[in-house]
Design a protein around this ligand. Structure first.
Ligand code: AR6
Length: 171
């Protein structure tokens, strides 16, 4: 797609024209502080809370999140479920399962008419998935998805990393 010269092109136009390799950003910091349509949690199958980013998201979202999670009947590894954000500012692993949970999260966001999505580095903390492999999966799945008609409906996809080392890998 040609980029119009009469105005500054949007990120999406640059991505479509091939100038940008990916429309997703990398940010370092606390995912619970992002004011976006939705953020993705790295939870366990019970969905009933834990440590890491899961603990941070529950602490920031407040007890209503846990109440809603209790009704969801858990979440199989590789699957994804959607909840409200409540008090958030935004209202055995294998490659296939990790790819699937990124893809299903993207599909759920689009199906819910959301325009933004932020991912932490799922499974690379307490679950110990190697950061390089997990990052390859995350970036490839998101790139592929953004190339589809469904992906076109998302305006912003952000990878939020927690350490400088992880940021370097994503970049
Ligand atoms: N914002 C963004 N990233 C964060 C934040 C934050 N506030 N806090 C930590 N991270 P982990 P997992 C990074 O362990 O490996 C929980 O107990 C962190 O540095 O949270 O998928 C669940 O209940 C790492 O890079 O998730 C499960 O039992 C990344 O988020 C289990 O841990 C993911 O680390 C899930 O383990």
């Amino acid at each position: 797609m040609p980029v119009a010269l009469s105005r500054i092109p949007t990120l999406r136009e640059l991505y479509k024209s091939g100038v940008l390799e990916a429309i997703a950003d990398t940010a370092k910091g606390d995912i619970t502080r992002l004011d976006l349509d939705c953020v993705v949690n790295a939870a366990n199958r019970s969905l009933l809370g834990g440590g890491g980013v899961d603990g941070a998201i529950h602490a920031a979202a407040g007890p209503s999140l846990l109440e809603e999670c209790r009704k969801l009947n858990g979440c199989d590894t590789g699957d994804a479920k959607i909840t409200k954000g409540y008090d958030l500012p935004s209202a055995e692993q294998n490659a296939e399962q990790l790819a699937s949970c990124y893809k299903k999260s993207l599909q759920l966001a689009v199906a819910s008419s959301l325009k933004h999505i932020a991912f932490p580095s799922i499974s690379t903390g307490i679950y110990g998935y190697p950061i390089q492999d997990a990052t390859d999966i995350a970036l490839n799945v998101v790139r592929e998805f953004l190339d589809t008609a469904e992906g076109d409906k998302l305006e912003r996809t952000i990878f939020v990393v927690w350490s400088n080392t992880d940021k370097g890998v994503y970049e």
